[in-house]
Design a protein around this ligand. Structure first.
Ligand code: MG
Length: 309
């Protein structure tokens, strides 16, 4: 699929002077590709100069080639894959709605199941995932993929709750890391790995439900704290990533929100479609890839993403 990038324009909103140095005054937002139904799960491969992203209802993973701008189908069917990352060995880790699994793609292309149940009950529909420095896989398990037949298969939750889980790197055991979230969604570690940020998009299911990111202190396999770090000012925070200066770049209804390390909304990249997730890429990790409803966008920013995925 060949598409010429469409220039959407300079779509920056500065809400705080701290954002001025984080945006590039001449940078344009570009629509790199369109034609999906609900795209999510961007993950960057600097070694291959490409980005993978999920097109959930279309049951495929797409591949944007940074060298020539081509988009091709990388995996189909994809088990309605959603959020993705890479582990510290560079292997792809994928949340799958249809199979209700978290999987790892090995170097030879085979899939290994990392998690598919808790306490003998099937997971709901893993949504997003990060891998800690110790190899532990942390993932969220809301119900979006079993709520209907559009992004997976309809099913009633066997577990009866939407939890954040941790897969132990030694034993492979799946344990609840946090059970008091309504619909846990995106997640990311701080640069030092000592804090974990988790979004809760429970407002989709509960009147006046959460639309915020919580911040936890990480103590090995245990989380402490969990205070509300930032409340979304437009829609909900779905997926997000952290930059080298500790700012969070989070998806929202009107674009990408940049949140300072102390939780202030300091600026936005306005996007014409609701944004689901973001990912840093490019040789310097200063290219912000944005998955937004039907399209893949990118822009350059004045800061680099953390050197993991
Ligand atoms: Mg998500």
């Amino acid at each position: 699929m060949t598409q010429t990038p469409e220039n959407i324009g300079h779509r920056i909103e500065i809400l705080d002077p701290r954002f001025t140095a984080l945006r590039i005054s001449s940078a344009q937002l570009e629509r790199l590709w369109t034609g999906g139904r609900w795209v999510e799960g961007p993950v960057y491969f600097g070694d291959g100069k490409y980005l993978l992203f999920s097109d959930i209802p279309n049951n495929r993973i797409l591949r944007f080639d940074e060298t020539d701008g081509q988009v091709s189908v990388w995996r189909a069917p994809s088990n309605n894959s959603n959020g993705q990352t890479r582990d510290r060995q560079g292997r792809l880790v994928t949340c799958e709605h249809l199979s209700r699994q978290v999987t790892r793609t090995e170097y030879d292309g085979t899939r290994t199941v990392l998690a598919d149940q808790f306490d003998g009950k099937r997971l709901n529909s893993p949504n997003d995932v990060v891998v800690a420095a110790d190899g532990a896989v942390w993932f969220t398990d809301p119900t979006y993929g079993i709520d209907g037949d559009y992004e997976g298969d309809f099913a009633v939750s066997e577990i009866g709750n939407s939890n954040l889980y941790r897969v132990d790197p030694g034993t492979g055991a799946v344990q609840i890391a946090c059970g008091d979230l309504v619909q846990p969604n995106g997640l990311a570690f701080s640069a030092d790995g000592l804090q974990l940020f988790v979004s809760d998009t429970g407002a989709s299911h509960v009147d006046n439900g959460p639309r915020h990111i919580r911040r936890f202190d990480v103590d090995g396999a245990t989380l402490r704290g969990g205070e509300v770090f930032s409340v979304c000012a437009a829609g909900v925070y779905d997926g997000f990533r952290v930059d080298m200066q500790g700012n969070i770049w989070a998806s929202a209804a009107d674009g990408v929100h940049c949140i300072s390390p102390d939780g202030d909304l300091i600026g936005k990249v306005l996007v014409p479609e609701t944004v689901s997730n973001v990912c840093f890429g490019g040789p310097k990790r200063n290219r912000l890839y944005i998955t937004g409803t039907t399209s893949l966008y990118s822009t350059y920013v004045g800061v680099c993403g953390l050197p993991y995925f």
